[in-house]
Design a protein around this ligand. Structure first.
Ligand SMILES: NCc1[nH]cc(CCC(=O)O)c1CC(=O)O
Length: 318
């Protein structure tokens, strides 16, 4: 090992947002780095960075986030700190990360992926199929809304934001019959008492990269490059490479009704993908299995096939 490891005198600064989930992910990253390099906690400093997205979420709690800003709402200030040296690495939910990297930054270290599934959360119903005719469901995700309306056009989807506690309170108050959260978020926060059921990929495919944590660094910083290389989980990398190539070829983001899931089994990679009209009136899906190292190629080819099938006006989300 030729790198100079961080120490209590010269700690590695880990940047993160301040939400409970973001902090849990930063702590997981620190724990993995401590274990991998046999370092004390004091060799790391967790730096909480407030982003435009956090402010907007407080100020306009009931407006869809997509109306407030576009890509990078939750990452701009963090990436600025990374570039200026205020922090050395940044911990992100890969689901929220654009497919293109800003100049000077690299995002090539992924932790082992948590459960990629969406959770169906309800105090009254066991599943989507179980929801009564015309029931109200709360979600702020365009993807989940489109998928839900595609399966159940009778449902009434309302805007739902806020942390897990806020959403559960809304359910208890009868604002909605059910909502969706990422299983990964619930698991990472240890929220095992939330009434939830993991949605299968057959019911609903998750968002691209859901459940995966990515660690960003300055491209030219060799110390963090070497350290993060030791932490990278190759299998998660292969799966995300396929999903993110699919997303990139569709020119999508976390704010578009696009879903995909890559899995590895028997030495092969299987990619399932779906694109939807925002109102859920049409969904196009594909399912391809190929060589593990061909993930990006499979993702791009799938995107091209679905784009060719989609008629005029399909991409009304743009
Ligand atoms: N867009 C918000 C977001 N980004 C990552 C997660 C959950 C954790 C993950 O998917 O890794 C969530 C919340 C949610 O969808 O419930």
């Amino acid at each position: 090992m030729t790198v100079t490891l961080p120490s209590p005198a010269q700690p590695l600064k880990i940047g993160t947002r301040g939400s409970p989930l973001a902090l849990a992910q930063a702590h997981e990253t620190r724990a993995r780095l401590m274990a991998a390099f046999d370092l004390p906690e004091a060799a790391f400093e967790i730096v909480v960075i407030r982003t435009t997205g956090d402010d907007a979420a407080l100020i306009a709690a009931d407006r869809p986030l997509k109306e407030i800003g576009n890509k990078g709402l939750f990452t701009k200030e963090i990436e600025e700190q990374l570039l200026s040296g205020g922090i050395d690495i940044a911990v992100h939910s890969m689901k929220d990360m654009p497919t293109e990297q800003p100049e000077g930054l690299a995002l090539d270290c992924y932790l082992p992926r948590e459960d990629s599934a969406d959770a169906f959360v309800s105090l009254t119903c066991a599943s989507i199929a179980d929801l009564p005719q015309g029931a109200t469901v709360g979600t702020s995700s365009l993807r989940r809304k489109a998928q839900l309306l595609n399966r159940r056009p009778d449902l009434n989807v309302v805007e739902f934001r806020g942390n897990v506690q806020t959403r559960l309170k809304k359910l208890a108050n009868g604002v909605a019959e059910a909502t969706f959260l990422a299983m990964a978020g619930l698991n990472r926060l240890g929220m095992n008492d939330v009434p939830r059921r993991a949605i299968t990929p057959e019911e609903m495919l998750p968002a691209v990269a859901q459940g995966a944590i990515g660690i960003e660094r300055r491209s030219a910083d060799n110390r963090t490059a070497d350290m993060l290389a030791a932490l990278h989980h190759a299998e998660t990398g292969l799966r995300l490479a396929a999903e993110r190539a699919f997303l990139a070829a569709l020119d999508g983001s976390c704010e578009t009704p696009i879903a995909a899931l890559a899995t590895l089994a028997g030495g092969r990679l299987r990619l399932r993908g779906e694109i939807l009209r925002t109102d859920g009136s049409e969904a196009l899906a594909d399912d391809v299995t190929g060589a593990i190292e061909d993930g990006p190629e499979i993702g791009r080819a799938m995107a091209a096939r679905l784009l060719a099938q989609a008629g005029d006006g399909f991409f009304d989300w743009k």
